[in-house]
Each structure stands twice: as C-alpha cells, then as structure tokens.
Design a protein around this ligand. Structure first.
Ligand SMILES: [Zn+2]
Length: 171
C-alpha cells in the first residue's frame, strides 16, 4: 500500500499492540462517561485494549424489553462475533446513573429507575451466560457524586448484600 504523506492529518502517539486481551465491555454510548469507563477498565480491572460495545443503554436491551428487540438482536449478534473471533473470556457490563435510554424509553415504570437498571443488568448477564457459559460476566453501576467523581459499584457485591439483609432473622 502506498503511503500518501500528504493525506496524513494526525499521528497518534499511542503505540499499537498486536495482542488482544480477550475482554470486552458493554456500556452506554453516553460520552460523558467514556473516559471514566476507560479509566475503570484500564486501572481497576487491569484490562487495557478491551473491546468496546458502546450502545445507548448498554446491556439494557438484553433484558427482554419489547421496545428494544432490534437493539437486542444487534447486540447479541455483535457479542457472538466477538466471542468467536476475538476469543473473549471476560465481559464487563456497566450501567450508569440517570441513563437517558431509560428516561426516553421507559417513562412509565412501576420501579425506580436505578432498581430497573440493576434488574436489567442481572437479566442481561444471565442471558449472556446462557449462550456463552464459558464467559466470565461482571456487572457494575457507575454513580455520579457531588464532587464530580464517578464511582463504580459492583452489582455482585450489592446483590450479596441484599441477600444477606433479606435472610437476616426478624426481617
Ligand atoms: Zn446512558
């Protein structure tokens, strides 16, 4: 291939690494959270160069909502592709506070928004495990704090906590 120097508009200082790390993340397209998601995946989970599936609402469409069946079909296809061709071993699902996908699509809901999101993430994770049983699936919730930080909460920890509360005597 001919290199046409005159067409180059920018050279990224970030070096390219050939190896895949066999991990992917599904999260919302909302660009306000993009750098925080990168920071979390890179520095907390130690997953550099993870594959990205950024779609409105993240994995919410995998929770079986009728209004999102087209998105669901598309995301399942994309996951199958990455699992197969990139040999994925780990998948991270992240929902974020005040997600516009929910505000837009689910105006009428009997559940508080965050409860809905947490339940959807669990359902989505179970759905993925059903067609990719060898895949490690982790779920997280990104919350905004008053000091403009974003903190990531483990949904698995939250569920364990809920379970221990609900089985506590006298409740
Ligand atoms: Zn969102």
């Amino acid at each position: 291939m001919n290199i046409r120097e005159e067409f180059i508009v920018y050279e990224s200082p970030v070096r390219f690494h050939e190896n895949r790390i066999r991990a992917a993340a599904v999260y919302c397209s909302d660009g306000r959270f993009g750098e925080h998601v990168d920071d979390f995946l890179h520095n907390a989970l130690k997953l550099p160069r993870y594959d990205r599936l950024a779609v409105p609402g993240g994995a919410a469409c995998l929770a079986g909502h009728l209004f999102a069946y087209r998105e669901e079909w598309g995301l399942v296809e994309q996951l199958h592709f990455l699992i197969r061709t990139h040999a994925l071993e780990r998948l991270v699902l992240i929902a974020h506070q005040d997600c516009a996908f929910y505000a837009e699509q689910m105006r009428v809901s009997s559940l508080p928004l965050e409860t809905r999101q947490r339940e959807d993430l669990q359902t989505a994770a179970e759905r993925i495990r059903s067609f990719a049983p060898g895949l490690l699936v982790d779920v997280f919730f990104a919350r905004k704090h008053l000091d403009s930080t974003i903190r990531f909460e483990s949904l698995a920890e939250w569920l364990l906590n809920e379970a221990s509360h609900s089985t506590r005597p006298g409740r």
